[in-house]
Design a protein around this ligand. Structure first.
Ligand code: GRF
Length: 212
């Protein structure tokens, strides 16, 4: 069973989607900790409800990004994760963390990458005028939202959407995509081949998430 550590910055609905899937036995892993980068996040409240230990590493308490990162890395080392999941974590991870956990960090982003990386992906999609957007789960590399894509789910963009309504529609798909990707990783079903991620799961495994 894989050891999963999650990082979040706020509301934590993606954290909750993964924690619920674990609780329902859909993921061959357990969440050994949630790291949050500020105090009083809803993510931390949700973790406590699941009995998952919360590690608050308050970004504002450090004078440099380097010192903050050192604390994150030593917390990660103490938790010995097989998989690190960025679930609405709003900081860019430093290269030392990314190198140490290469191929073992995944992120969820609210657009169909490589379109609209970075902040306000939904606003960027509306400003561009695309008719389809969605979410992407990907391995993290040293760029911004640029690592190999594990899976994506699409939604229509409607004429009367604003960033909030589009974000809500995409979020429903995030809550399916992220647990599915975590499960694929935990079953050792993912292989990274250059930019491509090959999935080796069965129809039975796919069905588990389609009907979730
Ligand atoms: C999600 O849309 C995620 O894709 C983005 O930030 C949002 C976090 O939502 N990176 P939540 O905290 O998981 O509810």
């Amino acid at each position: 069973m894989k050891r999963i550590v999650m990082l979040a910055s706020g509301r934590g609905s993606n954290f909750q989607a993964v924690a619920s899937a674990i609780a329902r036995g859909m993921i061959n892993g357990r969440c050994v900790g949630l790291i949050v980068d500020r105090r009083e996040t809803l993510a931390a409240v949700r973790a406590e409800e699941f009995g998952i230990p919360v590690f608050t590493i308050d970004y504002s308490g450090f004078s440099t990004k380097g010192e903050y990162e050192e604390e994150v890395i030593s917390t990660l080392r103490s938790l010995a994760p097989d998989l690190v999941v960025l679930a609405g974590y709003m900081k860019i991870l430093g290269s030392s963390i990314i190198r140490e956990y290469a191929g073992r960090i995944i992120n969820i982003h609210p657009s169909l990458l490589p379109s609209f990386p970075g902040l306000d992906a939904q606003g960027q999609a509306l400003a561009y005028g695309v008719k389809i957007s969605g979410c992407t789960v990907h391995f993290v590399d040293e760029g911004t939202d640029s690592g190999p894509v594990i899976l994506q789910r699409a939604v229509p963009v409607l004429d009367d959407d604003d960033p909030g309504s589009l974000a809500e529609r995409i979020l429903l798909e995030e809550h399916i995509a992220l647990p599915e990707a975590v499960s694929l990783f935990c079953e050792d079903y993912l292989r990274i081949l250059g930019r491509a991620v090959i999935r080796l799961d069965s129809d039975l495994h796919k069905e588990r998430f389609r009907s979730a």
